[in-house]
Design a protein around this ligand. Structure first.
Ligand code: G1P
Length: 288
Protein backbone atom coordinates (compact mmCIF):
# COMPACT_ATOMS: atom_id res chain seq x y z
CA UNK A 1 0.00 0.00 0.00
CA UNK A 2 1.33 3.44 -0.92
CA UNK A 3 1.89 5.83 1.98
CA UNK A 4 0.05 9.16 2.14
CA UNK A 5 2.96 11.57 1.63
CA UNK A 6 1.33 14.63 0.06
CA UNK A 7 -1.30 17.09 1.21
CA UNK A 8 -3.18 19.57 -0.99
CA UNK A 9 -4.28 22.94 0.45
CA UNK A 10 -6.89 24.83 -1.55
CA UNK A 11 -6.06 28.47 -0.79
CA UNK A 12 -7.26 30.42 -3.79
CA UNK A 13 -10.55 31.66 -2.31
CA UNK A 14 -11.33 35.38 -2.22
CA UNK A 15 -12.09 35.49 1.50
CA UNK A 16 -15.21 37.59 1.03
CA UNK A 17 -16.53 36.60 4.48
CA UNK A 18 -13.69 38.57 6.04
CA UNK A 19 -13.74 41.79 4.06
CA UNK A 20 -12.37 44.42 4.43
CA UNK A 21 -9.54 42.61 6.31
CA UNK A 22 -8.90 40.28 3.37
CA UNK A 23 -8.77 42.87 0.61
CA UNK A 24 -4.98 42.69 0.34
CA UNK A 25 -4.16 40.01 2.94
CA UNK A 26 -5.04 36.40 2.10
CA UNK A 27 -7.57 35.06 4.61
CA UNK A 28 -5.24 32.11 5.20
CA UNK A 29 -2.73 34.59 6.66
CA UNK A 30 -5.06 36.04 9.31
CA UNK A 31 -3.45 35.29 12.67
CA UNK A 32 -5.03 33.20 15.38
CA UNK A 33 -3.19 34.57 18.42
CA UNK A 34 0.20 34.92 16.66
CA UNK A 35 0.21 32.32 13.92
CA UNK A 36 -1.50 32.45 10.51
CA UNK A 37 -4.49 30.13 10.11
CA UNK A 38 -2.78 28.12 7.40
CA UNK A 39 0.25 27.43 9.56
CA UNK A 40 -1.89 25.58 12.14
CA UNK A 41 -3.17 23.31 9.39
CA UNK A 42 0.30 22.78 7.88
CA UNK A 43 1.71 21.89 11.29
CA UNK A 44 -1.09 19.32 11.65
CA UNK A 45 0.10 17.73 8.38
CA UNK A 46 3.74 17.73 9.51
CA UNK A 47 2.73 16.05 12.79
CA UNK A 48 0.88 13.46 10.70
CA UNK A 49 4.10 12.62 8.74
CA UNK A 50 3.16 14.42 5.51
CA UNK A 51 6.30 15.11 3.45
CA UNK A 52 5.05 17.46 0.77
CA UNK A 53 2.54 20.29 0.87
CA UNK A 54 0.92 21.44 -2.37
CA UNK A 55 -0.66 24.87 -2.02
CA UNK A 56 -3.27 25.79 -4.60
CA UNK A 57 -3.17 29.57 -4.64
CA UNK A 58 -4.32 32.42 -6.83
CA UNK A 59 -3.78 36.12 -7.44
CA UNK A 60 -2.86 38.13 -4.36
CA UNK A 61 -1.62 35.17 -2.33
CA UNK A 62 2.14 35.82 -2.58
CA UNK A 63 2.47 36.56 1.14
CA UNK A 64 1.75 32.88 1.81
CA UNK A 65 4.86 31.95 -0.22
CA UNK A 66 6.92 34.62 1.52
CA UNK A 67 5.75 33.46 4.92
CA UNK A 68 7.06 29.93 4.38
CA UNK A 69 10.33 31.04 2.76
CA UNK A 70 13.67 31.90 4.37
CA UNK A 71 13.92 35.54 5.44
CA UNK A 72 17.68 35.92 5.63
CA UNK A 73 17.87 39.37 7.23
CA UNK A 74 15.27 38.57 9.84
CA UNK A 75 16.84 35.25 10.73
CA UNK A 76 20.30 36.78 11.01
CA UNK A 77 19.00 39.54 13.28
CA UNK A 78 17.26 37.02 15.54
CA UNK A 79 20.44 34.91 15.65
CA UNK A 80 22.54 37.90 16.67
CA UNK A 81 20.07 38.81 19.40
CA UNK A 82 20.03 35.26 20.74
CA UNK A 83 16.30 34.80 20.05
CA UNK A 84 16.65 31.09 19.39
CA UNK A 85 13.10 30.11 20.25
CA UNK A 86 11.55 32.63 17.85
CA UNK A 87 13.99 31.52 15.18
CA UNK A 88 13.03 27.87 15.63
CA UNK A 89 9.35 28.88 15.30
CA UNK A 90 10.07 30.66 12.01
CA UNK A 91 11.97 27.70 10.61
CA UNK A 92 9.55 25.06 11.82
CA UNK A 93 7.61 24.64 8.60
CA UNK A 94 10.20 24.94 5.84
CA UNK A 95 12.70 22.70 7.62
CA UNK A 96 10.22 19.86 7.97
CA UNK A 97 8.27 19.73 4.75
CA UNK A 98 8.61 20.46 1.03
CA UNK A 99 6.30 23.17 -0.24
CA UNK A 100 5.07 23.51 -3.83
CA UNK A 101 2.67 26.00 -5.30
CA UNK A 102 0.27 25.82 -8.18
CA UNK A 103 -2.23 28.42 -9.30
CA UNK A 104 -5.94 27.99 -9.73
CA UNK A 105 -6.54 30.68 -12.33
CA UNK A 106 -10.31 30.70 -12.01
CA UNK A 107 -12.30 30.25 -8.81
CA UNK A 108 -14.43 27.36 -10.08
CA UNK A 109 -14.84 25.58 -6.75
CA UNK A 110 -13.18 23.17 -4.34
CA UNK A 111 -13.34 20.21 -6.76
CA UNK A 112 -11.60 22.29 -9.41
CA UNK A 113 -8.91 23.42 -6.92
CA UNK A 114 -8.12 19.78 -6.16
CA UNK A 115 -8.03 18.94 -9.88
CA UNK A 116 -5.43 21.67 -10.42
CA UNK A 117 -3.05 19.73 -8.11
CA UNK A 118 -3.27 16.56 -10.23
CA UNK A 119 0.20 16.68 -11.84
CA UNK A 120 1.88 17.43 -8.53
CA UNK A 121 0.06 14.65 -6.70
CA UNK A 122 0.68 12.05 -9.39
CA UNK A 123 -0.37 8.43 -8.94
CA UNK A 124 -0.54 8.13 -5.16
CA UNK A 125 -3.00 8.66 -2.31
CA UNK A 126 -3.09 12.20 -0.93
CA UNK A 127 -4.71 14.34 1.72
CA UNK A 128 -6.81 17.45 1.15
CA UNK A 129 -6.79 19.93 4.02
CA UNK A 130 -8.94 23.05 4.14
CA UNK A 131 -7.14 25.89 5.93
CA UNK A 132 -10.43 27.31 7.30
CA UNK A 133 -10.94 24.28 9.51
CA UNK A 134 -8.71 24.43 12.57
CA UNK A 135 -8.77 21.20 14.54
CA UNK A 136 -7.37 21.32 18.03
CA UNK A 137 -6.70 17.69 18.97
CA UNK A 138 -4.37 15.67 21.15
CA UNK A 139 -3.66 13.30 18.24
CA UNK A 140 -3.66 15.39 15.05
CA UNK A 141 -6.89 14.88 13.12
CA UNK A 142 -5.12 13.80 9.90
CA UNK A 143 -3.07 11.26 11.87
CA UNK A 144 -6.28 9.75 13.27
CA UNK A 145 -7.61 9.49 9.71
CA UNK A 146 -4.37 7.91 8.44
CA UNK A 147 -4.93 5.04 10.86
CA UNK A 148 -8.38 4.47 9.37
CA UNK A 149 -6.89 4.64 5.86
CA UNK A 150 -4.25 2.04 6.74
CA UNK A 151 -6.94 -0.32 8.03
CA UNK A 152 -9.46 0.01 5.18
CA UNK A 153 -7.17 1.15 2.33
CA UNK A 154 -9.87 3.30 0.79
CA UNK A 155 -10.68 7.03 0.95
CA UNK A 156 -11.45 8.53 4.37
CA UNK A 157 -13.37 11.75 5.11
CA UNK A 158 -13.25 13.63 8.41
CA UNK A 159 -16.73 14.21 9.87
CA UNK A 160 -18.24 15.89 12.92
CA UNK A 161 -21.73 16.10 14.36
CA UNK A 162 -23.47 19.39 13.57
CA UNK A 163 -26.92 19.76 15.06
CA UNK A 164 -29.58 22.12 13.78
CA UNK A 165 -29.89 24.19 10.60
CA UNK A 166 -26.14 24.82 10.36
CA UNK A 167 -25.82 21.35 8.78
CA UNK A 168 -26.85 22.92 5.46
CA UNK A 169 -23.51 24.76 5.31
CA UNK A 170 -21.65 21.45 4.85
CA UNK A 171 -21.34 18.34 2.78
CA UNK A 172 -23.37 15.69 4.62
CA UNK A 173 -22.91 11.91 4.64
CA UNK A 174 -25.31 9.06 5.31
CA UNK A 175 -23.55 6.15 6.95
CA UNK A 176 -23.47 2.76 8.54
CA UNK A 177 -21.36 2.56 11.72
CA UNK A 178 -18.64 -0.09 11.67
CA UNK A 179 -16.41 0.90 14.56
CA UNK A 180 -16.38 3.32 17.47
CA UNK A 181 -15.39 6.28 15.32
CA UNK A 182 -15.50 4.77 11.81
CA UNK A 183 -18.46 4.65 9.42
CA UNK A 184 -18.92 3.25 5.94
CA UNK A 185 -20.41 5.97 3.74
CA UNK A 186 -23.62 5.09 1.94
CA UNK A 187 -24.20 8.43 0.24
CA UNK A 188 -23.20 12.08 0.45
CA UNK A 189 -24.65 15.40 -0.62
CA UNK A 190 -23.26 18.94 -0.78
CA UNK A 191 -25.05 21.55 1.35
CA UNK A 192 -28.54 20.01 1.51
CA UNK A 193 -31.46 22.04 2.88
CA UNK A 194 -31.79 21.37 6.64
CA UNK A 195 -34.97 19.28 6.23
CA UNK A 196 -33.32 17.07 3.62
CA UNK A 197 -29.99 16.43 5.37
CA UNK A 198 -29.48 12.65 5.51
CA UNK A 199 -27.82 12.81 8.97
CA UNK A 200 -26.10 15.20 11.35
CA UNK A 201 -22.64 14.08 10.18
CA UNK A 202 -20.96 16.96 8.36
CA UNK A 203 -17.87 16.75 6.18
CA UNK A 204 -15.10 18.74 7.81
CA UNK A 205 -12.15 19.92 5.74
CA UNK A 206 -9.97 16.81 6.01
CA UNK A 207 -9.89 14.12 3.32
CA UNK A 208 -7.65 11.21 2.37
CA UNK A 209 -8.26 10.50 -1.30
CA UNK A 210 -6.93 8.25 -4.03
CA UNK A 211 -5.73 9.34 -7.50
CA UNK A 212 -8.63 7.63 -9.29
CA UNK A 213 -10.66 10.66 -8.16
CA UNK A 214 -8.90 12.92 -10.70
CA UNK A 215 -10.52 11.54 -13.87
CA UNK A 216 -13.88 11.73 -12.09
CA UNK A 217 -13.23 15.36 -11.12
CA UNK A 218 -12.39 16.14 -14.72
CA UNK A 219 -15.87 15.16 -15.82
CA UNK A 220 -17.73 16.64 -12.83
CA UNK A 221 -20.03 19.49 -13.85
CA UNK A 222 -21.03 22.47 -11.77
CA UNK A 223 -23.13 21.69 -8.73
CA UNK A 224 -24.28 23.60 -5.62
CA UNK A 225 -23.54 27.33 -5.92
CA UNK A 226 -22.52 26.86 -9.58
CA UNK A 227 -19.18 25.41 -8.45
CA UNK A 228 -17.36 22.17 -9.25
CA UNK A 229 -17.85 20.36 -5.97
CA UNK A 230 -15.47 17.84 -4.44
CA UNK A 231 -18.46 16.15 -2.78
CA UNK A 232 -20.09 15.50 -6.18
CA UNK A 233 -16.94 13.83 -7.54
CA UNK A 234 -16.54 11.69 -4.41
CA UNK A 235 -20.20 10.70 -4.67
CA UNK A 236 -19.60 9.51 -8.22
CA UNK A 237 -16.51 7.49 -7.22
CA UNK A 238 -18.47 6.02 -4.29
CA UNK A 239 -20.41 3.97 -6.85
CA UNK A 240 -17.28 1.89 -7.53
CA UNK A 241 -15.22 2.29 -4.38
CA UNK A 242 -15.91 2.23 -0.64
CA UNK A 243 -15.49 5.50 1.27
CA UNK A 244 -15.15 5.75 5.04
CA UNK A 245 -15.94 8.55 7.47
CA UNK A 246 -13.83 9.13 10.56
CA UNK A 247 -15.47 10.95 13.46
CA UNK A 248 -12.24 12.39 14.76
CA UNK A 249 -11.53 13.38 18.33
CA UNK A 250 -10.79 17.06 18.81
CA UNK A 251 -12.33 20.50 18.80
CA UNK A 252 -13.03 21.99 15.39
CA UNK A 253 -13.07 25.73 14.85
CA UNK A 254 -14.43 27.47 11.78
CA UNK A 255 -11.62 29.92 11.11
CA UNK A 256 -13.42 31.20 7.99
CA UNK A 257 -16.30 32.61 10.01
CA UNK A 258 -16.06 35.78 12.13
CA UNK A 259 -17.60 34.30 15.27
CA UNK A 260 -15.74 31.00 14.81
CA UNK A 261 -12.51 32.95 14.43
CA UNK A 262 -13.13 34.90 17.65
CA UNK A 263 -13.96 31.74 19.59
CA UNK A 264 -10.83 30.02 18.25
CA UNK A 265 -8.72 33.03 19.22
CA UNK A 266 -10.01 32.99 22.80
CA UNK A 267 -9.79 29.22 23.26
CA UNK A 268 -6.31 28.88 21.76
CA UNK A 269 -5.02 31.86 23.73
CA UNK A 270 -6.45 30.43 26.98
CA UNK A 271 -4.38 27.29 26.39
CA UNK A 272 -1.13 29.24 26.10
CA UNK A 273 1.18 29.35 29.09
CA UNK A 274 2.09 33.02 28.51
CA UNK A 275 -1.35 34.39 27.61
CA UNK A 276 -3.77 31.98 29.32
CA UNK A 277 -3.61 33.25 32.92
CA UNK A 278 -3.86 37.02 32.17
CA UNK A 279 -6.57 36.46 29.55
CA UNK A 280 -8.54 34.27 31.96
CA UNK A 281 -8.50 36.93 34.67
CA UNK A 282 -9.46 39.61 32.14
CA UNK A 283 -12.42 37.52 30.92
CA UNK A 284 -13.51 36.90 34.51
CA UNK A 285 -13.44 40.65 35.19
CA UNK A 286 -15.95 41.34 32.39
CA UNK A 287 -19.37 42.06 33.79
CA UNK A 288 -21.38 40.05 31.27
C1 G1P B 1 -16.39 22.85 1.78
C2 G1P B 1 -16.98 21.55 1.22
C3 G1P B 1 -18.04 20.99 2.17
C4 G1P B 1 -17.45 20.84 3.56
C5 G1P B 1 -16.81 22.16 4.05
C6 G1P B 1 -16.05 21.95 5.35
O1 G1P B 1 -17.39 23.84 1.75
O2 G1P B 1 -17.54 21.79 -0.06
O3 G1P B 1 -18.51 19.76 1.71
O4 G1P B 1 -18.46 20.41 4.47
O5 G1P B 1 -15.89 22.67 3.09
O6 G1P B 1 -15.54 23.13 5.86
P1 G1P B 1 -17.07 25.42 1.92
O7 G1P B 1 -17.05 25.67 3.39
O8 G1P B 1 -15.74 25.66 1.26
O9 G1P B 1 -18.21 26.12 1.25
Amino acid sequence: MKKVRKAVYPAAGLGTRFLPATKSIPKEMLPLVDKPLIQYVIEEAIESSIEQIILVTGRGKQTIEDHFDISFELEQALQERGKHETLAQLRKVYEHVKLSYVRQRQALGLGHAVLVSRDMVGDEPFAVMLPDDIIDAETPCLKQMMEVYETYQSPVIGVAEIDGPDISKFGVVSVEQIDEKVYKIKDMVEKPPYEQAPSNLAIIGRYILTPDLFPVLESTGRGTGGEIQLTDAMRQLLKSKPFYACKFEGRRHDGGDKLGFLIATVELALKRRDLGPPLRSYLKSLKL
